[in-house]
Ligand binder design. Structure first.
Ligand SMILES: NC(=O)C1=CN([C@@H]2O[C@H](COP(=O)(O)OP(=O)(O)OC[C@H]3O[C@@H](n4cnc5c(N)ncnc54)[C@H](OP(=O)(O)O)[C@@H]3O)[C@@H](O)[C@H]2O)C=CC1
Ligand SMILES: O=C(O)CCC(=O)C(=O)O
Length: 483
């Protein structure tokens, strides 16, 4: 059994608790992928102290030199791509091609932020005084706490750690327990790149203890979090209490509108991929499919025939299109929502069952599931399920479709399928979402563009691309006169 330690002040260390947590494979509950430390609250404090001690030298090193470290991490991650992608699939369940894609994305993110090392960190602003020089200069926050979920175990940690580091912050990183082995392997790439001690610290353990101690630590200068709305609220409360800058990425209930004039093939392909890839466990996953009445029957028929072709099995098998849910609790949530949908009076027209034939009985497999006759007020049309379940909703016009799409507490991603440019422009203008997609699926974000949502989906400034700088730095406005 491989045991993964914490990484604090440049050293891999076992927790003083002496307790370990098994990280199991969702494809087979009897396979333990590795064991992680059930750390103590004191160890969180030690990790924050290590970051606090390291932050000044790291800031003084300069942005260019910090970027050079990220290039080295990218190279090491690339050398280990296959192993890390396989670990991701074994630990979290998504298919190997998806895991390879995600790990490659992690490498690209590292290189993007490595190059930030050579980009500007301020602007010159004309002063009203003729002999003065006035400019802004970005400065790091100091110590940033990073808490990540299990659904993108490589990409999300990297899209938080890489900008945090290049902009000069020291980091304490607590990953989701369900994907902590993959996270440890990512941290090892930073270690092998020779990062100065204390600049990146990694601590595992339960969210309710280790995560709670981190978000309530008074020495943090920033907290970035991706996960559930419930935990996000706790992060916001703790950060507000301690006057710490924070950024939250939480849920979605992402609509896909398909108009009568849409290309059916492309709309069905987009819905299948957006709703069922990664077993629907993306905050950008499509969950409400809002169809104009004139295309409803044809779309439904094609969607059902394509859904029937989905192969479900262990993500390591080359023939698998969709893997298991990431955990037993996630599977149970999905099954509960399927029951809720039936009780609410929606019609189940595809799937709806746990899969338990042969080896599948040892894992957390569920069929892709499609409901119709779904009213926008039903819970399956309002609450985030985070599984392969979609609700078909019939509407009579674009205006009604946008109104249904906006009738949600969330506003992360929204798609429209149409060949009418006027309809596309109206949608772009009126839909309440941070990611607005036309003739493209709701999931899948580009690393160089801002990522985040409206309403309950996100709080704080955007992640990724250049936008990340807003969160990880503060602006100093400098004014200089010659005498
Ligand atoms: N926006 C997104 O991308 C995601 C959304 N979700 C949504 O959340 C639901 C539940 O998933 P779940 O994994 O339970 O999400 P959580 O919000 O519980 O977990 C996200 C992260 O927060 C940590 N955490 C948990 N409790 C606390 C706490 N009290 N203080 C500080 N950190 C904490 C977790 O640690 P630990 O793993 O140790 O509990 C994990 O690292 C999903 O069904 C889905 O709807 C989930 C994942 C990603
Ligand atoms: O759609 C994507 O690629 C990213 C989704 C995401 O960030 C998430 O599910 O947390």
């Amino acid at each position: 059994m491989v045991v993964f330690q914490n990484y604090i002040n440049g050293e891999w260390l076992s927790s003083k608790s002496g307790e370990l947590i098994d990280s199991i494979s969702p494809a087979n509950r009897f396979e333990v992928v590795g064991q992680i430390q059930a750390s103590t609250i004191d160890e969180v404090e030690i990790a924050v102290q290590a970051a606090t001690e390291a932050k000044k030298a790291w800031r003084k090193l300069g942005q260019y030199q910090r970027g050079q470290y990220l290039y080295r991490v990218a190279e090491i991650l690339e050398e280990n791509l296959q192993d890390i992608a396989e670990t991701l699939t074994r630990e979290m369940g998504k298919t190997l091609p998806e895991a390879i894609g995600e790990t490659s994305r992690g490498i690209a993110i590292l290189r993007y932020y490595a190059a930030e090392g050579m980009r500007k960190d301020g602007d010159v602003i004309p002063s009203s005084e003729k002999d003065a020089l006035m400019f802004t200069k970005r400065t790091p926050l100091g110590v940033v706490g990073i808490i990540t979920p299990w659904n993108f175990p490589v990409a999300i940690p990297i899209w938080k750690i890489a900008p945090a580091l290049v902009y000069g912050n020291a980091v304490v990183f607590k990953p989701a327990s369900e994907s902590a082995v993959t996270a440890a392997k990512i941290v090892e790439c930073f270690n092998r790149a020779g990062l100065p001690k204390g600049v990146l610290n990694f601590i595992t353990g339960k969210g309710s203890t280790v995560g709670d101690a981190l978000i309530n630590n008074k020495h943090l200068n920033g907290i970035t979090f991706t996960g559930s709305e419930q935990t996000g609220k706790l992060v916001a409360e703790a950060a507000s209490r301690n006057n710490v800058k924070y950024q939250l990425e939480m849920g979605g209930k992402n609509p896909v509108i398909v108009l009568n004039d849409a290309d059916i093939e492309s709309a069905v392909a987009g819905v299948l991929s957006g709703a069922f890839k990664s077993t629907g466990q993306k905050c950008t996953a499509s969950s409400r499919v809002i169809l104009e009445a004139g295309i409803y029957d044809k779309f439904k028929e094609h969607l059902l025939s394509e859904s029937a072709k989905i192969t479900i099995d262990n993500g390591l098998e080359t023939t698998t299109w969709m893997g298991p849910c990431a955990s037993e609790s996630q599977l149970n949530t999905v099954l509960e929502y399927i029951e809720i949908g039936k009780q609410e009076g929606a019609s189940l027209i595809f799937g709806g069952n746990r899969l338990e034939q042969g080896e599948l009985a040892n894992g957390f497999y569920v069929e892709p599931t499609i409901f119709e006759d779904v009213a926008p007020s039903m819970r399956i049309a309002r609450e985030e399920i985070f599984g392969p379940v979609i609700a078909l909703i019939k509407v009579d016009s674009l205006e009604e479709a946008i109104s249904v799409a906006n009738d949600s507490d969330y506003g992360l991603s929204a798609s429209l399928y149409t060949t009418n440019i006027g309809a596309a422009l109206e949608f772009i203008d009126d839909v309440e979402a941070g990611l607005v997609r036309v003739n493209a699926e709701s999931a899948g974000v580009e690393l160089q563009a801002p990522f985040g949502g409206m309403k309950s989906s996100s709080t704080g400034t955007r992640e990724q691309g250049e936008a990340a700088k807003e969160f990880y730095t503060a602006v100093k406005t400098v004014f200089i006169k010659s005498k």
